[in-house]
Write a protein that binds this ligand. Structure first.
Ligand SMILES: NC(=O)c1ccc[n+]([C@@H]2O[C@H](COP(=O)([O-])OP(=O)(O)OC[C@H]3O[C@@H](n4cnc5c(N)ncnc54)[C@H](OP(=O)(O)O)[C@@H]3O)[C@@H](O)[C@H]2O)c1
Length: 256
């Protein structure tokens, strides 16, 4: 912990159960198990108070220490971590490297020491030499449609693992079900917004972790869910609310 962290007021859980007394762990909650015959799907997003999800094409300017702590706490409980290829490129994704305590806790609960990262791509224009592939403790999974470029599919197989789902674009219900068949009962989607919108469109979102960053951004950045109007519009229920450093963290459950 740095001097700056020591001066920072501790996060406060404002709504939600507090079985552990650690506000971040209580905000995130325990590992999830699918209840619908498929893995439980969570989305984690940080947005400015006016709804921007990126500044100059990157999300890190919106983040802060508590947001990063939530990001890591969510990864610590997830069985798979999914991201769109644009996010992987923009936010320079590396592999999930759990701290030793996190890896031990995961294994005690019967989870793998680290969750695989699942990169969703159509073009397969991916840096196969990046640490996301060369330094991953569990092979990085690339999810692509059947008609993705053959050379890219071969490269994905060589670099990690290829999972084919759908044609033209990845079919998310098929992908999520396949992850479930592989013994991964929860999937954490870290973006980008285009992925959140696609998951919501096929009613695959179970929980939304929204961090409201205390900034106004304006400009043309994407909203949390871009794209067409959702019909019907999913209703949300607040499962937990936390405040830290003027950020508000909301854990929404989709009402079904
Ligand atoms: N605020 C936040 O919490 C947050 C979180 C994540 C990202 N972001 C920001 O959001 C931006 C990126 O988000 P984005 O929504 O534009 O892009 P994205 O969802 O990260 O990635 C889009 C790419 O994912 C692949 N893809 C998406 N749907 C697909 C499908 N059904 N089948 C096959 N491939 C599919 C395609 O990859 P190919 O191009 O390889 O075909 C597509 O170009 C960045 O600026 C990033 O910094 C913000």
């Amino acid at each position: 912990m740095t001097g700056a962290d020591l001066r920072r007021p501790a996060p406060r859980l404002l709504i939600g159960d507090a079985p552990t007394g650690d506000p971040i762990a209580d905000f995130v909650g325990p590992p999830r198990r699918g209840q619908l015959g498929r893995p439980w799907v969570m989305a984690n997003v940080v947005a400015s108070a006016d709804g921007a999800t990126a500044v100059a094409g990157e999300s890190r300017a919106l983040s802060g220490p508590a947001d990063r702590a939530v990001f890591h706490a969510l990864r610590a409980i997830a069985d798979a971590v999914m991201a769109g290829a644009a996010t992987v490129r923009a936010d320079r994704y590396g592999p999930f490297r759990p701290a030793p305590g996190v890896a031990d806790a995961r294994q005690r609960r019967g989870q793998a020491a680290a969750a695989p990262i699942v990169v969703v791509s159509r073009s397969l224009d991916i840096d196969w030499e990046s640490p996301l592939f060369t330094e991953a403790e569990v092979p990085t999974i690339v999810a692509a449609p059947a008609d993705a470029p053959a050379a890219g599919r071969a490269a994905a197989r060589d670099a990690g693992e290829l999972l084919v789902a759908g044609t033209g674009g990845v079919d998310f219900p098929e992908l999520v079900s396949e992850l479930g068949r592989r013994g991964l009962p929860s999937v954490l989607c870290e973006g980008g917004p285009g992925m959140f919108a696609q998951l919501a469109e096929v009613d695959l979102l179970d929980e939304l972790f929204l961090a409201i960053s205390p900034q106004l951004v304006a400009g043309g950045a994407q909203r949390v869910l871009p794209g067409a109007l959702l019909v019907p519009r999913p209703a949300l229920r607040i499962a937990a609310l936390m405040e830290a450093d003027d950020f508000l963290f909301v854990r929404y459950e989709i009402v079904r």
